[in-house]
Design a protein around this ligand. Structure first.
Ligand code: NDP
Length: 247
């Protein structure tokens, strides 16, 4: 789907929440969704980064976004319930949700995985995503045609030595997506995954410090798949895990 050409108003009047919207792929996705007509809700932990994305969107003349400063590591189901109620009060519904925020943790031998780090990675990459989704389902069901997009990885489909914690969190992401896709298949909300593939961001540089970043796709390059899954042209797509780049 990375050759998808999105109509300029693909996301007109849609309200879309992007997690990890301050940097990397999430920042680009929020700007791209706004440029295609969406009102974005920017969720992330570093307020200055969210404000920079907000400024870029407003300065480009797009719909004013909302900012939700939230560290997923410390957030409880109650935080997500409150956020969901605020979204319903303010917008009446949620049309799109991009679960993008994640951490890599440290790559290490499986036997050496630090228990605290295991918990932190699972809290951010999996538990927060699950609790947030649970809380937002009522808002998503109020939309005409809602799309939830999870972010997976190649190591979420085939395990890789030394990538234990992160890889398991991404296998679980695929499992959450498939379960929800089946559970809501008769409803007006669909659930899919995106695998960005190697993309020029801080996380990629952390994982592959010796790699030449200029050889990688940029977040902007991979946006067609992000647009496709968020727009109504993918309304019949449910339970799929799409790649942004050839494998
Ligand atoms: P980055 O590290 O560049 O960005 C991650 C974003 O998530 C940042 O905005 C970060 O906020 C936010 N975030 C991290 N922890 C928290 C937290 N506790 N609470 C709230 N926000 C948080 O990563 P990428 O853009 O590369 O990755 C985006 C997604 O794509 C991830 O799910 C990743 O697993 C996936 N992916 C990326 C690939 C790549 O090659 N880049 C390949 C395959 C998958 P802050 O900036 O404030 O730290």
């Amino acid at each position: 789907m990375n050759d998808y050409k999105a109509p300029s108003k693909l996301l007109k009047d849609k309200v879309i929440l992007v997690t990890g919207a301050g940097d990397g792929i999430g920042a680009q996705a929020a700007k791209t969704y706004a440029a295609h007509g969406a009102t974005c809700i920017l969720l992330g932990r570093t307020v200055s980064k969210l404000e920079a994305v907000y400024d870029d969107i407003v300065n480009a003349g797009h719909a004013e976004p909302a900012i939700v400063p939230l560290d997923i590591k410390g957030a409880t189901p109650n935080h997500y319930q409150q956020m969901a109620q605020t979204i319903i009060d303010q917008f009446g519904r949620l049309d799109g949700l991009l679960h993008n925020a994640s951490i890599l943790g440290h790559l290490s031998a499986f036997k050496d995985i630090d228990p605290q780090e295991w918990q932190d990675v699972m809290q951010i990459n999996l538990n927060g995503m699950v609790y947030m989704t649970q809380a937002l389902i009522p808002a998503l069901l109020k939309a005409e045609n809602a799309s939830v997009v999870f972010t997976t990885s190649s190591v979420g489909r085939k395990g890789r030595a030394f990538w234990g914690t992160y890889a398991v969190s991404k296998f679980a992401t695929e499992g959450v997506m498939q379960t929800l896709a089946d559970e809501y298949k008769t409803k007006n909300v669909r659930f899919n995954c995106i695998n960005p593939g190697g993309t020029r961001t801080n996380m990629r540089a952390q994982a592959f410090p010796a790699e030449d970043p200029n050889a990688l796709k940029t977040p902007e390059d991979i946006m067609p798949t992000y647009l496709y899954l968020m727009g109504d042209e993918s309304a019949e797509v449910n339970g799929e895990s799409l790649d942004c780049q050839p494998k």
